[in-house]
Design a protein around this ligand. Structure first.
Ligand code: SF4
Length: 459
């Protein structure tokens, strides 16, 4: 997977109405948006058979952990989490514990030995196996049993935004990445199935949809009719009610002119491009097996900026890749200073067993990795603050997706976080916000007009 932003998952729904026997489930998720989407699928299945969600593992009858092993830090957190459930299992042997996500694929036997208190290990696409610990799923109505995987609409902020996986797996073999080994080769979902799913989401009042894939812009390469991501975006843009459309995460090799023009032309498609570069040095890119050069990447960014007015840009960087010299890192720093991304996700390299680069010496000392990480953050702090300061006094359209520390929170089309104070319920509203203050990573403002009232409907 391209960018791995580790985040504790915020609850996506409030859970089902509850069973007469009061059964409850708890889901813990770490990793990328694809994991979030898959956890929401599990959540929807359990809601449908009447389980209620709890945030407290001690209260749960079923605990599902959705794991990530793309970085060592994520894997350590998962292992810590599994370990902490030993106490719960000891106190309540009836609790059923399942582990899914990237840690599981091909590792079941090893994991069963290592974590005997876990009842079920299932690979990311094997939702049906949940029935082994939740027999109620077998009794569910035919609709549930026949749901294709990922059918269930996935609301990230109930009734406002949703994730829709459109392609699974990855055909690239970046030398540091475990994803192809755990998620398999690319499989695109049928075009019409995705369009129908988004139509259902729109009918429920969802206004913003993010299409997901490990390499989302490879969408359609394996489909017979030649339709690609740009065609899919055009079809979804035409759906009444979808105000905003995004997609994650792209590979620079497939970021075509056609896709760039789709962003410029389709009204709902947001002017925000997340294009991981990973390194700004050709030799490092070659050893990463990224299949493009810095020159290609810069050319794509130039074309994007020339074609899409007011576009915002995000990227991902890995520092301390095996053999990365000071000079090679300086090339990455130069790229960041030249392009001035709106957002940079930076991670220190950690070897993932089973990948090509794990066979090479992890020869960059932690202190050097840390210093490079700090250097990237310093660059980005400066750039981000400058870019946000330039928005002072502008009026930006914000889709309000929740509250944080007593203030309303939303995002601009460019994916910038905006907060404002206002009485009343603003959830799900598209609001014009006048920007009054620029912080390093976000903006503050005051609402001046509501541009679209959400059609509230149950999700
Ligand atoms: S192999 Fe490369 S392109 Fe594929 S998910 Fe991993 S980092 Fe992304």
């Amino acid at each position: 997977m391209e960018p791995l932003r580790l985040f504790p998952r915020t609850p996506t729904t409030t859970g089902g109405p509850g069973r007469p026997d009061g059964k409850r489930y708890c889901i813990w998720t770490i990793g990328c948006q694809m994991n979030e989407a898959e956890s929401a699928k599990v959540e929807a299945m359990l809601n449908q058979v009447g389980f209620a969600r709890t945030e407290t593992e001690d209260d749960a009858d079923v605990i599902v952990l959705n794991s990530c092993v793309v970085r060592q830090a994520a894997e350590d957190k998962v292992v810590g989490k599994i370990g902490s459930l030993q106490r719960i299992k000891r106190n309540n042997p009836d609790v059923r514990i399942a582990l899914t996500g990237c840690m599981v694929t091909g590792q079941e036997a090893r994991l069963r030995e290592r974590f005997p208190h876990v009842d079920l290990f299932f690979a990311p696409s094997e939702f049906d196996r949940l029935v082994e610990i939740v027999p109620e799923l077998a009794e569910a109505d035919a609709d549930l049993a026949e749901l294709p995987h990922y059918y269930q609409p996935v609301a990230t902020h109930p009734g406002v935004t949703a994730y829709v996986p459109i392609i699974y797996g990855c055909n690239f073999v970046c030398s540091y990445c475990i994803v192809p080994y755990r998620r398999g080769r690319e499989v695109s979902r049928p075009f019409d199935e995705i369009v129908a799913e988004v139509e259902r989401l729109a009918a429920q009042g969802v206004q913003e949809v993010t299409l997901l894939g490990q390499t989302v812009n490879a969408y359609g390469h394996d489909l017979p009719d030649g339709r690609d991501l740009a065609d899919l975006l055009a079809a979804i843009d035409a759906i009444d009610g979808i105000k905003r459309l995004r997609f994650l995460t792209s590979h620079p090799k497939y970021f075509s002119d056609k896709l760039i023009h789709a962003i410029a032309d389709l009204p709902s498609l947001c002017e925000h491009v997340n294009l991981p570069v990973q390194a700004g040095d050709n030799e490092v890119l070659r050893r990463m097996r990224r299949t493009y050069t810095v020159e290609h990447y810069r050319e794509r960014i130039d074309y994007i900026r020339r074609t899409i007015p007011n576009v915002t840009l995000a990227t991902d960087i890995i520092v301390g890749f095996p053999g990365e010299t000071d000079e090679q890192f300086e090339n990455t720093a130069k790229l960041l200073n030249d392009i001035e991304f709106d957002k940079v996700h930076v991670a220190m390299y950690s070897p993932r067993p089973g990948t090509l680069s794990a066979r090479w010496e992890d020869d960059i000392p932690h202190s050097v990795k840390h210093a490079r990480h700090q250097a990237v953050e310093r660059i980005q702090e400066r750039v981000s603050a400058e870019r946000l300061r330039a928005r002072l006094g502008e009026t930006l359209e914000v889709l309000v997706d929740g509250q944080q520390r007593g203030r309303w929170r939303g995002r601009t089309r460019g994916n910038t976080l905006v907060f404002f104070d206002a009485a009343g319920d603003w959830l799900g509203q598209l609001v014009d916000v006048r920007i009054t203050e620029a912080m390093t990573w976000y903006l503050l403002g005051e609402p001046v007009a509501v541009t679209h009232q959400q059609r509230l409907a149950p999700v």
